[in-house]
Unconditional design. Structure first.
Length: 621
């Protein structure tokens, strides 16, 4: 086809570039870059522990300072209208602990911004917990023991495992410190005095004013015997081999404070290993070192191998075999917390990070299963692992037909209504279009399930019921409506639905076309995630353009003008000046946005390969 001149060469070039990044063990390792929260937390810990690695502290300081805006604040995405209060507080606090001159102009600017936004009292709950752990804010004195959350009776309206795994792994260490009113005092905390006006005995923690729970605890007079031991056991049982708590930097920092609150000494082996574990999460992004909250080796390897296969690479290529071997080594073999809601299921999933052996998730599992699906026909060993994986994946489908981020049926809607910032995304683990759509697309293309299978039909029904009024779907882990819509559209396409027959796909297709930029690209701001309505960027991104192009390719049997323009944009993008990558991943809305350095290599290759397969090699052009 005249339209696609250079397409094959562009695919070959991108495939070769991606292959050049494969590691000797078969993995693909890219930086998972989050805002400076992780760098700030680690820096404070190193100061408190009088850590002798001065170079590491300097590295962290350089990273934090490099992200400070000219107005003295820190932002969590480039086009954030003003500084992010919570992250500015964290960065300012860490620099104070390091010994930065608080009279420096940029430090004064940061302090003025914090005051203008209401002070430390207005930070999010994780930031306030960190401040309380360091004696900068007081812990709330609640009319009940928060530690009782770990051992509530069956009659309670709330059980610990009703909370999302993400909430649990941060709240348990927090509760250990809170119920013991524990903090580590350091002279640097005085530099933050005056930033938190005195308040009532809840210590500016309005989120914990939950009358129904207070009445329940009071009326039932629950015993707090051995609560500390149970909190301790919860943490210790979830430490990975590298010393981290479920492979997350922030949860591991909280665990250090939590264990200290329970009587551990600073030189305790488990705490020392935890700090070394956090330092092992450092990654060089080509300009500086960053502390990744959770490295993405399994995710990046799975997606890279899949993109290479889709681009025409042989599954029997030794480099592909090497990558598959890496994935097989990291399939989970023990039951994790997911068994609470799914007790009869055998393990078989994958997690996000290489060190993750306890905390699998459906999204990483479907990603790992994609390349295994092709190899399973050649190897009985691969077929056995593939079958374990798909059995686990199918068992994790929620009763409502969708898939959640980590666990099954951890989705009590009332918890999402609690007065905590972004409670719906943080406290519960509800079904979301991006997980549901991608798993549906995997099942429709890579599994033996028929399109009439109950799992597929239930997933389709859930997607149809949860489409936005404008035709889009909201994504949870990617920015944001382009991501969710791409997942839902390709999922429904794989389930046998067509543009000509389905009104949901028709609305989605129009929405995608209507927001394309004149140069053929698409770009969406992280603001979409905060305001939960589509907010365009003034420019396109490679990653989001690839998602939109892949969606339209799925829907159209012949290339449209929008597809042609998008292909030209991606093909010419390699000649464009290098710009700062835009975060297209979401950690926690309003607080943590992620730059996946793998995405600009994976998704353009995947989208262009699908165009070539559909319109050129199979289209007779």
């Amino acid at each position: 086809m005249q339209t696609f001149i250079g397409l094959k060469e562009g695919i070959d070039s991108r495939r070769n570039m991606l292959l050049s990044m494969q590691q000797e063990d078969g993995s693909f390792r890219f930086c998972f870059e989050n805002p400076v929260t992780t760098d700030a937390y680690l820096l404070v810990l190193l100061v408190l522990f009088n850590w002798k690695d001065y170079h590491l502290k300097e590295v962290l300081v350089r990273r934090i300072l490099s992200k400070q805006s000219s107005d003295g604040t820190w932002r969590v995405y480039p086009d954030e209208k003003k500084g992010n209060l919570s992250v500015t507080i964290e960065a300012y606090c860490a620099l104070c602990y390091y010994g930065m001159d608080v009279h420096d102009k940029s430090m004064q600017q940061a302090r003025s911004f914090i005051l203008s936004e209401g002070g430390l009292n207005k930070a999010n709950i994780l930031t306030k917990a960190f401040l309380a752990m360091n004696g900068i804010l007081p812990w709330p004195r609640l009319p009940f023991d928060p530690g009782l959350l770990i051992d509530l009776p069956a009659i309670s309206p709330l059980q610990l495992f009703d909370l999302s795994s993400f909430a649990r792994i941060h709240f348990v260490p927090m509760i250990a410190a809170m119920r013991n009113q524990f903090s580590i005092l350091h002279p640097a905390k005085d530099h933050l005095s005056g930033l938190a006006p005195s308040r009532d005995n809840l210590g500016c923690w309005e989120e914990f004013e939950i009358p129904a729970l207070i009445r329940f605890f009071t009326e039932h007079g629950l015993s707090s015997d051995s609560i500390d031991e149970k909190l301790e056991k919860y943490m210790l049982n979830r430490i990975e081999k590298d010393g981290t708590l479920l492979s997350y930097a922030i949860s591991t920092v909280f665990m250090v404070y939590g264990l200290l609150a329970l009587g551990y000494s600073m030189d305790s082996p488990v705490i020392q290993k935890a700090i070394y574990g956090i330092t092992s999460l450092l990654c060089y992004n080509g300009q500086q070192y960053i502390v990744q909250n959770s490295p993405s080796a399994i995710w990046d390897t799975s997606l890279s191998l899949y993109a290479l296969l889709e681009s025409g690479m042989s599954p029997l290529d030794p480099r592909m075999q090497n990558g598959i071997h890496f994935l097989l080594k990291h399939q989970h073999t023990v039951k994790g917390d997911w068994q609470y809601h799914c007790p009869e299921t055998a393990p078989g999933g994958w997690g996000f990070s290489e060190s993750n052996s306890l905390h699998p998730d459906p999204d990483d599992t479907q990603a790992a299963l994609r390349p295994l699906s092709v190899l399973s026909q050649y190897s009985g060993h691969v077929l056995h692992s593939w079958q374990k994986g798909i059995n686990w994946l199918l068992a994790m489908q929620n009763d409502d037909g969708g898939w959640a981020s980590f666990e099954k049926n951890t989705n009590k809607a009332w918890l999402g209504e609690l007065p905590i910032d972004h409670a719906y995304d943080a406290l519960i683990d509800a079904s979301f279009p991006d997980m549901t759509g991608r798993i549906l697309e995997f099942l429709g293309t890579c599994s033996p399930l028929t399109l009439n299978d109950a799992s597929i039909q239930r997933a389709v029904s859930w997607l149809q019921q949860n489409q936005e009024a404008d035709g889009s779907w909201r994504g949870r882990w990617g920015v944001c409506y382009l991501y969710g819509t791409w997942a839902a559209v390709t999922g429904m396409g794989a389930a046998g639905f067509s543009l000509h027959e389905d009104c949901h796909l028709q609305k989605a297709e129009k929405w995608i076309r209507d927001i394309q930029h004149e140069d053929g690209s698409w770009g969406e701001s992280c603001s979409s995630d905060i305001h939960q309505t589509y907010t365009p960027l003034s420019y396109g991104t490679l990653v989001q353009t690839s998602w939109a192009l892949d969606s339209l390719t799925c829907l159209h049997s012949v290339p449209t003008p929008e597809i042609e323009k998008a292909v030209r944009y991606l093909l010419h993008s390699q000649a464009l000046p290098v710009t700062q990558p835009y975060p297209t991943g979401i950690g926690l809305p309003g607080y943590n946005y992620v730059i996946y350095y793998s995405y600009s290599h994976i998704y353009p290759l995947l989208a262009l390969s699908h165009v070539y397969t559909k319109y050129v090699s199979h289209g007779g052009g």
